[in-house]
Design a binder for this molecule. Sequence first.
Ligand SMILES: [Zn+2]
Ligand SMILES: [Zn+2]
Length: 160
Amino acid sequence: MIDRGLQVAGEAKRSEHWPKVEKDFKEAHPECAACGMRGELNVHHIFPFHEIIAAGRPDLELDPRNLITLCVNPEYDCHCEIGHLGNFSSYNVRVLEDCKKYGKLKKVEIEANPDWLLERNVRPSGHFNGALDRGIFLSKIIQVFGKDPQVDLHGDVLGK
Ligand SMILES: [Zn+2]
Ligand SMILES: [Zn+2]
């Protein structure tokens, strides 16, 4: 399967521990969080891989709190439509609530949905520009996940 996160990541490399974390997560969450389908699935990063690396939070590549299973089924394509708001360079920090909102809609129906179109129109560019953007991104991460990593750089839970 094409690794979309890596495609937009430029220089950044996946952790050597990512394949195991990905496999374990997919086993624990074997269906699309939006439409419920099994089969062609992607383990998606809510805060995208290239930005968490650039923001200095590599732990979030391996932290299950930042992961969600979404399908790449051509009829639904929840990964692209809901996880990335229609563009793999972008991302959707409200993906959890949007899975409930758009999860039963097919790709063509999502793309005609006024709420989705509004979100798409203000979707993040996906590559922050300079320190201010980086600061805003980091403060969003801290709001959602807190300041302290919960897994180490092997993907193991800290303090256990
Ligand atoms: Zn789906
Ligand atoms: Zn993704």
